[in-house]
Write a protein that binds this ligand. Structure first.
Ligand code: IDP
Length: 134
């Protein structure tokens, strides 16, 4: 615990559906600060790195095609216990299991197009912030 930085990414479906404001508002209302942000178009190479743990899954090509289908908003989010706290307000990966009141529970209707990425550990947060913000 303590003040942490985590890497958050609003995925192409979130941008296309006009839900960026809603999601950012939830992050800010929780008390987290957005300390850096940029719109990006991702390529296959960075996605192979970022989703290396899923590279041998049958749905990997689907992830690449979805994540390159439009811009994403990458953000560094800071706050007390921000890594785990953001995972809680995001909701779980599978949209049908995500609890109402979470971002995915309220807005996702697909497991691949689930609006938001958030680092799953402090160690990965540091790696991902370096990967996307240098
Ligand atoms: P996370 O995003 O909740 O950390 P991961 O297991 O790291 O979950 O998966 C990364 C992303 O890959 C998910 O957010 C989702 O977009 C996609 N994904 C994961 N599992 C599936 C699946 O079974 N079908 C389609 N896409 C999936």
């Amino acid at each position: 615990m303590g003040i942490e930085k985590t890497y958050i990414m609003l995925k192409p479906d979130c941008v296309k559906r006009g839900l960026m404001g809603e999601v950012i508002s939830r992050i800010e209302r929780k008390g987290y600060k957005i300390v850096d942000a940029k719109m990006m178009n991702l390529d296959e190479a960075i996605l192979k790195e970022h989703y290396a743990h899923l590279a041998d899954k049958p749905f990997f090509p689907e992830i690449v095609s979805f994540m390159t289908s439009g811009p994403v908003l990458g953000m560094i989010v800071e706050g007390e216990n921000a890594v785990q706290g953001m995972r809680i307000i995001m909701g779980v990966t599978k949209f049908e299991e995500a609890t109402a009141g979470t971002i995915r529970g309220d807005f996702a209707h697909s497991t691949s197009e689930n609006l938001i990425h958030g680092s799953d550990s402090l160690e990965n947060a540091e790696i991902e912030i370096k990967r996307f913000f240098g």
